[in-house]
Write a protein that binds this ligand. Structure first.
Ligand code: ADP
Length: 493
């Protein structure tokens, strides 16, 4: 039935495992920290539901208010009492769940999944369905993010008690990274109260195990990926991570919506981490940031191109290609600055490279927000040779700060970077083949452009005038919500 529902009547609860600045491990945290705010700017009542991690900063926790009504969550043969806490992040109401006697993992994600470590996430998903009793607020749409919250859709479809709630909610599942699927033993799922029919090939079953993301894909009303290109890449064997068949089968409810970044947080004109501020009308203070960055690495100022890498040190990000290329990068007279953490083998190899080339390579292992900001502003080029990339925010932030991305043409990287050798509005340099030769060839083309300052300035300006704020993408989500709610007239979008 077609009803007319004005946009300001839409109520959406984002259910997620991260939200910047309360808790962030990667891009998902940035998205949940900015999309709900952008939706509110359209008039949608969007709110966020998070686990109350013990590791949340005490000063942040002090701003939370405990809500009086207790929730009772069934699991196994018992009922777990739980509390909601409430806070406000830049105008976005945020609820957090604290379950008595069942703490969430200290490091956000459990390092291995078993009945014990998955339990808080099962209870969290049921709490989303109970939330309105305490919050006195009824969302029509649950917007789920990755496997830790896909269980909400699973519960609405297959839970012996909660499936009766399914008429009052629609669900959207956003896939931020298909590499993480939440795979557990069948026996781990038993105590959760899921009906027998869920244990099939058309349900949660996955090579004799249980796959929570697969269950979410089947059970959700709509699925999105964080870039259009990633939405069809994951339907192929090469990028499907074992779920390409399922995604192909359900592709009529799958679409890609490009992530944005929060332009008020990522702004070289106001960024409090920077020693100097700039925008497209006056780029020259970027040089001050560059100087400060070089000083931070123990280097004096000169005109060698500064290449940066920011991000997790994992296979997905193409660190192998970066490592194989370091000698040539140094040989070309470039500087390389890396901040990241992850795989120990990569961390060790990068440290060795900086010991071998102390005048050209600087490596900081760890998560360092301040250094990252200084690098975005002080760098000349960003290297992002990802094997796959669902969207990637780092190249978007780099462009905003006038740092030219050199990326592999996959997923969101291919959707957001325009090769400067093929278009006059180019913003970076792309390569396709997954090899260090291809990466070095792209770096070589970038250095060619760098050597002609007028051309380089144009590329930098193109980067800074590209628009990856949320304004466009938040409208696409709004359109999706209206579609789910049966509103067909959204010409105003
Ligand atoms: P991911 O695959 O990790 O989600 P994204 O490109 O989507 O990658 O987002 C990464 C986010 O995390 C960006 O905001 C980036 O600035 C930040 N980030 C990643 N690693 C680090 C680090 N070592 N120090 C500071 N910030 C980091």
């Amino acid at each position: 039935s077609i009803m007319s529902l004005p946009i300001d009547k839409i109520k959406v609860l984002h259910i997620a495992s991260e939200m910047h600045p309360i808790v962030k491990k990667g891009g998902l945290g940035d998205v949940v920290g900015s999309l709900p705010k952008a939706l509110r700017e359209l008039g949608i009542d969007s709110r966020v539901f998070l686990p109350m991690y013990p590791s949340i900063d005490e000063n942040v926790k002090r701003t939370f208010k405990r809500m009086p009504y207790k929730l009772y969550l069934p699991l196994e043969w018992r009922v777990f009492p739980a509390f909601l806490w409430k806070t406000d992040v830049q105008g976005v109401p945020v609820y957090l769940l604290e379950i008595e006697g069942v703490p969430f993992p200290a490091d956000v994600y459990p390092s291995n999944l078993n009945l014990n470590t998955i339990k808080p996430f099962f209870l969290f998903s049921l709490a989303a369905l109970e939330l309105e009793k305490s919050a006195r607020w009824h969302p029509q749409i649950f917007h789920l993010h990755d496997w830790p919250t896909s269980q909400v859709a699973i519960a609405l479809k297959w839970h012996m008690y909660y499936s009766s709630f399914s008429k009052s909610y629609d669900t959207v599942l956003t896939i931020h990274n298909l590499a993480h699927q939440g795979i557990i033993q069948e026996t781990d799922l038993m105590p959760w109260g899921i009906s027998k029919e869920a244990f099939s090939i058309d349900g949660l079953e996955y090579y004799g195990m249980i796959n929570l993301l697969k269950g979410g894909i089947i059970a959700s009303d709509a699925i999105t990926t964080v870039s259009p290109r990633y939405s069809w890449e994951i339907q192929t064997k090469e990028y499907g991570m074992g779920l390409d068949g399922v995604l192909k089968k359900y592709n009529s409810k799958l679409r890609g919506i490009l992530n944005g970044i929060d332009y008020s947080y990522w702004n070289p004109m106001t960024d409090p981490f920077l020693p100097a501020h700039y925008d497209i009308d006056n780029i020259s203070p970027k040089k001050e940031c560059r100087k400060a960055l070089l000083a931070r690495c123990g280097w004096g100022e000169d005109h060698l191109p500064v290449l940066i890498y920011i991000g997790r040190l994992v296979e997905q990000k193409g660190i192998d290609l970066l490592l194989y290329s370091i000698e040539s990068i140094v040989g070309h007279g470039c500087r390389l600055i890396v901040v990241g953490e992850g795989n120990e083998v990569y961390e060790q190899s990068l440290k060795e490279a900086s010991a071998q080339f102390p005048a050209n390579v600087f490596v900081k292992i760890g998560y360092d927000e301040e250094l990252a900001h200084l690098m975005y502003a002080g760098g000349d080029m960003l290297i992002m040779p990802s094997y796959f990339e669902p969207c990637g925010l780092i190249q978007l932030i780099a462009m905003r700060y006038g740092t030219v991305p050199i990326c592999r043409a996959v997923g969101g990287l291919a959707d957001t970077v325009i090769d400067a050798d093929t278009a006059h509005d180019g913003t970076g340099f792309l390569f396709s083949h997954y090899s260090s030769e291809a990466l070095l060839h792209a770096i070589g083309r970038a250095l060619g452009a760098w050597n002609s300052p007028e051309l380089w300035n144009q590329i930098v300006r193109n980067c800074m005038s590209a628009d990856f704020s949320w304004s466009r993408s938040s409208r696409e989500y709004a359109k999706l919500y209206l579609e789910l709610l049966g509103v067909s007239d959204f010409r105003s979008f």
